[in-house]
Design a protein around this ligand. Sequence first.
Ligand code: TRP
Length: 333
Amino acid sequence: MDKPIVVSGIRPTGYLHLGNYFGAVRNFIRMQDDFTCNFFIADIHSLTTHPTPENLQSGVKQVLAEYLACGIDPEKSTIYIQSDMPEVTELYTFLNMNAYLGELERTTSFKDKARQQPENVNAGLLTYPVLMAADIIIHKANFVPVGKDQEQNLEMARKFAKRFNRMYKSDVFPIPRPFTFDGADMIKIPGLDGSGKMGKSEGNAINLYEDPKSIRKKVMRAVTDAGPTEPNSQKPEAVENLFTLLKIVSTPDTVAHFDEQYNNCSIRYGDLKKQLAEDIINYTEPIRVRIDDILKDDKYLAKVAREGAEKARESAVKTLNEVKKVIGFNSLF
Ligand code: TRP
């Protein structure tokens, strides 16, 4: 039996942070043996927010090195850069003809972005979910491992795939489904600012590629409160968040130790933060060192990107030929 096909991508708009790692990349790595995996860097999607060419270039290189340093293995998975596979923009064009203004305007991420960058509400922003659908269905993906924030975009991809199949009375596209590992893996990684999740643009993130000094500084500044006044009281969100991070990077003994201190009101947040910072550093340091090594090796990065693009295009061209045939593009020569 063929393995199910997986596609997922990350926009190269900044360093990967702990939220990306525990929410997505760690799952990518676990999937490599049991699925046919395609992991790409969504650099065309980045243009919807108009980065400078310098930012785009360095961002793509950084994320590629980070993917590899985390353990995405080019021998097992197809790793490529979106713009190296032009077939995807061709499929995007076709899909755009069956994507409607109303449904695109109603997408939450479009509305959010339009609010965030009112001076740059470009058509690419509007059709972001169409390009994302093309990313996914061009490889006939069965599963897409993404976080909760991408649920609606994935729902749109399912809709566009179904619509295409119906329109052309074909079954070119399998209908992609979200993929999550059960239970514990769906942990939402909180930020350090007291509420909400860790995010690139929220300014509350710890990056994988962050030096120890800066990790210590960020953790020591994390929001807490005045401390518990009654034994066994419920933790406020900001404190709960620190414990969530602790559970991810520290030993169960350490977590139990601070839990006990919290419950008998003897906790000193400074101690907890020091421990948390050291444990985050222990976790990320080997990855940071690998990122550094890989970033120095331009030849290796180029080889991975070239071979990844070749593999990815093979699969994309096949799908695109089927698509063109059912649409009725018959070359006359
Ligand atoms: N929209 C995704 C994000 O912001 C990135 C992305 C683009 C993606 N194309 C994709 C994710 C295809 C999964 C599959 O995180």
